[in-house]
Design a binder for this molecule. Structure first.
Ligand code: BGC
Length: 756
């Protein structure tokens, strides 16, 4: 046995600087008093009230396009009269989005060139900041490299891949002339009903923080003015992802302790990595719409976290303060509230009502002009950081790696490392290439289901814009198979399932691969009432299973749909998340054993529609049949995922049995791959606080690392975990580390230590 030694510096780098800050601590980096530069001050000094309000305005591209809002003339063109008004009358600072669907790079070039030419020659000559949702690759540019959605990226447990993906997305975004990306979503995914669950990095704070570190660095690099980098936008500050009803943009009730311990650390990490912009939560938290919450938008974001960049509202959210939330009587009052709370830019986005109201508020003395200066400073500084004040016109010719093989390989590798093997009875997988396969189910032949929402269109259901030459699951199986692959059902998204036809076709097959899926959707259109699998898909599985042939499920869902009843009918199950354009190929390579699966669940897969209890639950939620306390009884646990290799853990050791609060645990153990197949394993270190003043979780992930181990090989893993990682938000809402006994677990091994 060949023993290699790997020194894993605290699992991943982010451990060194993670959440050991007091929740109430004033940041040394406070935005107050930050010098945005004499150049920025000089620009502001020369601006009128109208120009300043213009900088703070972001309009939808529909407002400057030919046709009506949401009903533009096709093919898309800019309307010169409307553009003239935006630049010369309203002095808009920012424009966003696409009119309905994805554009070619040539069309982006036309749009951005026309906008920046006009903006820099007329109006107040300040370049316009264009922003877009490029959330899993540049999903609004034809042919761009599309990665798995964030939930799949988290399932790789590989921050390096996530960082590389972000870097490619930044490159392809700038290649489309766009320097601002409304990504990543840093909301923690602890409510699986929520329509945007797939846009998160899952339920765990530590895993999400590590991904945050990687993604912000990938988007922005050290210098966002680099024409291959973009400004990241942290979404959606704060507490958006846990609506009590599960429905998008409905109220969340999150105690301050939980808000700080679970929902804030990803944003804190992103700010530490100099994320330039933030978008605000559309919903309300604890009865206050966040767009009107000074405590969150100013006291916390600016004074405590020291965020210096620009805060943009979400879609029409100032308007919603009076139309939906009803805490203001009209637009004027709503604008005043949002400005007082701390927003810098209004994603208006379809009219100029924000401008009219804010100009009036300043002219009547209800909002000080100096308040406009504060926001303009941040907005102009972001433009300066992005280099667009100096070079507003992108060099469109400079991006020959756009959609290159290298980029596509990275997307494929990410999909391969994300797909998670949940079941493999009697090692059914990998399949023999000569086996005859029937592939069926709604996700079998649909790039739309593979990619999910935010793909070419907002909801991702239009098939007209799919990337040419990319293969679905069925086409990929055909490519890699040496046997016969038959396909039935689901050629269109909404096609009825013809169960008798599938059963007939399955009679000739050696193996049946059923691709269960969910129609793409997000935000309000993605609201559902429960997590039940559509009944026709359950019925399809039940009928097919009567043939007594091996059945494989591929799950391609927006969120974990309940499969408890049909799970026993599957011999093997692969969780694919929304794996993107190369997900079909990744799945085929895993099914045929060209790739050894190494994804792990970034969330707890629920067994029942009414019980969502995360892995880091409390003792009162553990399974206890005697007393009926059976809250935590998931289908699969967070962190779970099988491999074609077998890994064994031995020799778990700590460097001490007692640590000071400022100390550091050094943990070591050996992982052995006792199989004949090389594989990748995610080593996961969980720590349990045995007794604490706030009821402790049964365990918390405190470190992880993905390591490659050769066949019949062993790796000695060494990790360092600062004791500060064990802190929690205590009774007084401050971070504390408490003395006492702790248990550290790695796989089935555990060791006890004390904090003194
Ligand atoms: C979403 C944001 C998105 C924005 C712009 C909103 O409806 O909530 O996540 O960035 O639209 O498209």
């Amino acid at each position: 046995m060949n023993l290699r030694s790997v020194l894993v510096a605290c699992g991943v780098l982010c451990l060194l600087t993670s959440c050991n800050q007091p929740a109430e601590k004033k940041s040394e980096n406070a935005a107050v008093g930050f010098d945005y530069g004499a150049d920025v001050e000089a620009m502001i000094a020369g601006m009128s009230i109208e120009e300043k309000v213009g900088q703070m305005t972001q309009i939808n591209i529909d407002v400057i396009s030919t046709g009506e809002i949401y009903n533009l003339v096709e093919p898309h063109t800019l309307d010169s009269v409307k553009l003239d008004s935006a630049v010369n009358h309203y002095f808009v600072g920012s424009i966003l989005n696409v009119g309905g669907h994805t554009y070619t790079r040539d069309h982006w070039k036309e749009i951005i060139t026309a906008i920046q030419t006009k903006a820099t020659q007329e109006g107040n000559t300040i370049p316009i900041l264009y922003g877009i949702d490029a959330i899993h690759g540049v999903n609004y540019t034809v042919g761009a490299t599309l990665f798995p959605q964030q939930i799949g990226q988290a399932a790789t447990w590989n921050p390096d891949l996530v960082g590389e993906g972000a870097s490619i997305t930044a490159y392809e975004c700038r290649a489309s002339g766009i320097p601002w990306n409304f990504s990543p979503v840093l909301d923690i995914g602890r409510q699986p009903l929520w329509s945007r669950f797939f846009e998160t990095y899952g339920e765990d704070v530590y895993l999400a923080k590590c991904m945050t570190d990687a993604v912000i660095t990938g988007y922005q690099g050290d210098d966002p003015s680099n024409p291959e980098k973009v400004a990241a936008c942290m979404k959606h500050f704060l507490g958006y992802s846990t609506p009590l009803s599960g429905k998008d943009r409905t109220p969340a009730w999150i105690p301050k302790r939980q808000l700080h311990e679970y929902y804030l650390p990803t944003f804190e990490k992103a700010i530490e990595r100099n994320a330039l912009t933030v978008m605000i939560n559309s919903g309300e938290v604890n009865g206050i719409p966040v767009h009107a919450n000074h405590d969150i938008l100013t006291t916390l974001l600016r004074d405590e976290l020291g965020f210096k960049g620009l805060a943009v509202t979400d879609w029409e959210d100032i308007m919603k303060l009076y139309k939906d939330h009803r805490i203001a009587k009209d637009m004027r009052e709503a604008v005043k509230m949002a400005i007082e709370a701390g927003i810098d830019m209004s994603m208006t986005p379809n009219d100029y009502s924000f401008n009219h109201a804010l100009i009036d508020l300043v002219k009547s003395g209800e909002v000080a002009e100096s308040r406009l200066d504060l926001s303009c400073r941040r907005i102009l500084w972001v433009k300066k950081q992005l280099g667009i004040l100096e070079s507003p016109m992108p060099n469109f010719g400079a991006y020959d790696k756009f959609a290159s093989i290298e980029h596509r390989q990275a997307a494929l590798a990410t999909a391969e490392e994300s797909i998670t093997l949940l079941k493999n009875t009697e090692n059914l997988l990998p399949l023999d290439k000569s086996a005859n396969i029937l592939v069926c189910g709604p996700a079998a032949h649909s790039l739309n289901i593979q990619n999910g929402a935010w793909t070419h269109t907002w909801q991702g259901v239009d098939t007209a814009y799919n990337t040419a030459g990319v293969k679905t699951i069925y086409e990929s199986l055909e490519k890699y198979s040496e046997g016969h692959v038959d396909y039935v059902l689901g050629s269109s998204l909404f096609e009825q399932i013809d169960i008798p036809k599938a059963v007939q076709a399955a009679r000739n097959a050696d193996v049946i691969v059923v691709c269960l899926g969910e129609i793409p959707s997000t935000e309000k259109p993605g609201d559902i009432d429960d997590l039940n699998l559509p009944p026709a898909q359950g019925k399809l599985v039940k009928e097919l299973s009567k043939l007594g042939k091996p059945v494989v499920f591929a799950l391609v869902f927006n969120r974990p749909l309940i499969i408890r009843e049909i799970e026993p009918l599957a011999n093997a199950i692969l969780q694919c998340y929304l794996p993107g354009d190369y997900g079909g190929e990744a799945l085929a390579r895993i099914l045929y054993g060209e790739v050894n699966p190494s994804g792990k669940l970034p969330f707890t897969y629920p067994r029942y529609t009414g019980t969502f209890v995360p892995y880091d639950h409390k003792y009162t939620e553990t399974l206890d049949k005697t007393f009926g306390r059976n809250a935590f009884n998931p289908q699969w646990e967070f962190g779970f995922g099988l491999s074609y290799s077998r890994f064994e853990y031995n020799n778990l050791k700590l460097d001490s049995d007692a640590y000071a609060k400022d100390g550091q645990i050094q943990v070591s153990f050996t992982v052995t791959n006792s199989s004949d197949r090389p594989g990748k394993e995610v080593v996961q270190v969980y720590i349990t606080d045995m007794v604490a003043s706030i009821t402790p979780s049964v365990k918390r992930l405190r470190a992880f690392e993905k390591i490659a181990i050769g066949a019949q090989d062993s790796v000695e893993v060494n990790m360092r975990i600062p004791i500060s990682e064990l802190s929690f938000v205590g009774k007084d809402n401050l971070w504390v580390i408490q003395e006492g006994e702790f248990v550290l677990n790695v796989a089935d091994n555990s060791v006890t230590f004390e904090v003194k």
